[in-house]
Ligand binder design. Structure first.
Ligand code: SAM
Ligand code: SF4
Ligand code: SF4
Length: 337
């Protein structure tokens, strides 16, 4: 390990991503391929998930350590019952300035109102294609894009601030980049293109399947004039561009082609209560064991501080074809994106 590299990194702890459930109603080919996550896949039983009380207690502790932003994710977070109760509880925690949710959007028609009433205002909704057959294939469940588009519309009418996330995989959906851009431009919704990443060990990732930000830009610049937007805050992950006169922007998440480990301010809490300092880590620190054996707030604060101070993660800076294939990495469904 080269200590000097880590000395150069100044990474205050700011964001906590919480996976509230490891199950999902989709089987996206790039995340939970159905050949691996089949009908008999053993997802965690309810008793192994952190309860809302446990999560809220941890959020209060994280807030004391500097966390200001919480993102709820999964698996599919809307599969967790009464999610609005957790949102209300988190909103009561001192020091938390921003709560957001990442979802595939399928259940928003049933839940968006309750989430809004609980105080949630920001949604990231995943949608990878407008073509019906292609999207059905990519989500592994034949779900039509129209259902997600309707729900995006509905959530927007309720007043949510929405971003749409599209994972782009070479040979699969790069031809959807322009149609997606054209569609969301008219809705003034910010669209973010995510480079396909080697999360977990099951999605068949290789460098050849990545469409880089530069390649996407080349496509888009044939039609739009794009102007780079300054970073809004330290550690902002997406690189944004303004186009034409539109208020909405487009963004790129460039974990593969332009990694951003040196400004990574995030911690991740898995559905079963393990703390991960990196999306690509093999294992996490077991906070649930501490919680359930009666640890005090002070003990939890000390343990978490130590985990953060000792972190040396820079997976995306160091990624090679070898690490992508051979390093053991946690499944995306446990820790969310
Ligand atoms: N189920 C929710 C959803 O799809 O929005 C939340 C969890 S999902 C794991 C969070 C984000 O990770 C989504 O935007 C998804 O597209 C992204 N993601 C999953 N697998 C990915 C991969 N291999 N490369 C890049 N992004 C990925
Ligand atoms: Fe489910 Fe989200 Fe993963 Fe797709 S990306 S399988 S919707 S958790
Ligand atoms: Fe942070 Fe790990 Fe991603 Fe680097 S690879 S930005 S350390 S989560």
């Amino acid at each position: 390990m080269n200590d000097s590299i880590y000395d150069m990194y100044q990474r205050p702890l700011r964001d906590l991503r919480i996976s509230v459930i490891d199950r999902c109603n989709f089987r996206c080919t790039y995340c939970m391929p159905k050949e691996v996550f089949g009908d008999n896949y053993a997802f965690l039983p309810q008793s192994e998930l952190l309860s809302y009380e446990e999560i809220s207690r941890l959020v209060a502790i994280f807030s004391k350590l500097g966390v200001k932003k919480i993102r709820l994710t999964g698996g599919e977070p809307l599969l967790r019952k009464n999610l609005q109760e957790l949102i209300s509880q988190i909103h009561l925690v001192d020091g938390i300035e921003d709560v957001a949710l990442t979802t595939n959007g399928l259940l928003l028609d049933q839940q968006a109102q309750a989430l809004y009433d609980a105080g949630l205002r920001r949604l990231n909704i995943s949608l990878d294609a407008l073509d019906e057959e292609l999207f059905g294939k990519m989500n592994g469940r034949g779900i039509a894009p129209a259902r997600i588009l309707q729900n995006i519309d509905y959530a927007k009418q309720l007043g949510f601030e929405i971003k749409v996330n599209m994972v782009v995989e070479k040979g699969v959906n790069e031809q959807e980049i322009i149609p997606m851009m054209n569609y969301f431009k008219d809705y003034d919704i910010t669209l973010r293109f995510i480079e396909f990443m080697d999360v977990g060990n099951d999605n068949g990732w290789s460098y050849e399947k990545v469409v880089t930000k530069q390649e996407m830009l080349q496509q888009l610049q044939q039609i739009y004039t794009l102007t780079p937007v300054e970073q809004a805050y330290y550690g902002e992950v997406a690189k944004y561009y303004q186009y034409d006169q539109h208020k909405a922007k487009i963004g790129f998440i460039t974990s593969v082609s332009e990694s951003f480990c040196s400004t990574c301010t995030r911690l991740r809490l898995s559905s079963e209560g393990k703390l991960y300092t990196c999306l690509f880590a093999a294992d996490g620190f077991d906070l649930r064991a501490m919680l359930r054996s009666g640890a005090s707030d002070q003990e939890l604060i000390e343990a978490i501080s130590q985990v953060w101070q000792q972190r040396t993660d820079r997976y995306s800076d160091e990624r090679t074809a070898y690490t992508a294939k051979h390093r053991k990495k946690v499944n995306m469904s446990y820790i969310g994106g």
